[in-house]
Design a protein around this ligand. Sequence first.
Ligand code: ADP
Length: 261
Amino acid sequence: AEAQLRQSQKMEAVGQLTGGLAHDFNNMLAVIVGSLNLLQRRLDKGETDVGRYVDAALDGAGRAAALTHRLLAFSRLQPLAPVPVDANRMVADMHDLLVRTLGEDVRIETVLAAGLWKAHADPSQLENVILNLCVNARDAMPDGGRLTIETNNASIDDDYGRDHEASPGQYVLISVSDTGSGMPADVVARAFDPFFTTKPPGKGTGLGLSQVFGFIRQSNGHVKIYSEPGHGTTLKVYLPRYRGPEEAPATTVRSDVGEAR
Ligand code: ADP
């Protein structure tokens, strides 16, 4: 519990710093991209050296913008929009994307629970989380292997909750398992740390799992790593069960709720 608490404090501190930096950086990038676009329009249509330099600069700026968006997402400056989510359907809908992204050396298996509860989460962020976990799984299996995505209804009891700083209650569990390299205990301990990566420069940013951690905490969920070096890793993501009307309240005007004018 203490370790998780320290983790969230660390996340918060780094998140604030990164969020501020990313925000300012984004504004400067907007100036750069805007000016480059103007420059590009002034240039002759034909292929010129200058045109190619401008294209290269725009390409770099585009990648920098993508990174700042990741940083902003990680620092949680983007508000979440939680709705009832059918995780089974989400996993099924992602299947083709996963096959394309992970390549043919990774065998994908899905085990979807019957009667799965709805989760309460931001669907686009959750998709991002699943994708993140699957890409990490693939990276841990350079020679191929099996990726298993499993859903389940799960209850967190008082004992587990106390030990893991998780609120007892009912959750939708999404597990992502691989048959890859696994992580030694010291990597498990730091895996959620922002900017912690064991991947070569250019390959890893160390932001994937810290983003996952931030999203899940903000969603009042819980995440846990089980890993066996040489055998593989399972990440268990618990999202709170959605309680309430089937229709998302945001899309209907309720007459019993007064609105300020
Ligand atoms: P990145 O993928 O950019 O390195 P992450 O925050 O997603 O950043 O992951 C941090 C580190 O955790 C990785 O560099 C890797 O060492 C370890 N890791 C994450 N997922 C797995 C996995 N499925 N199997 C083995 N190691 C993993």
